[in-house]
Design a protein. Sequence first.
Length: 186
Amino acid sequence: MVVRADGTIYFSDPWYGRMPGFGLERPRELGWQGVFRVAPGADGATQLCVDQDTFDQPNGLCFSPDESLLYINDTTHALVRVYSVNADGSLDGGDVFVDGLSDDDVAGVPDGMKCDEQGNIWVTGPGGVWVFDSDANHLGVVEIDEVVANLHWGGPDFHTLFFASSTSVRSLPTVVGPHTEGFMRA
């Protein structure tokens, strides 16, 4: 989930945690997985943000630094889509930003995702964390010898990137900082 500066909450609804091998198997309420938002003052009412058939397993989300774009990845399709965020919080677009984030010989899939202050997208994938600039150019991979599920900046100046891996949490000092989220402000 991510929270826009105006308080709008966006979240994905993959069925991890309800499927064999990933949590306690139990029935799902929906026959599909979606991306939803809760607007400020909506008393918890959720709205579907994208067509219900767009994603198989929507997962990681992150905003561009100015919050005009929302990136959403799909774990099973191994891709990231990008949406324009309208003033009212609704989304337009959904073009594929990057795809092919899979490798039959290297473990790892799109899961956690963050945007840095320069607009670069950091997304988990085969072999670690893949980094793309705002034009979808692949800048490189932070190689990690375990499957990385999630990541986030922290530390006193938010210039340490933490990686939640299969059996450990690791950290890496970074020159670049994060797109600042609400909870990071004093």
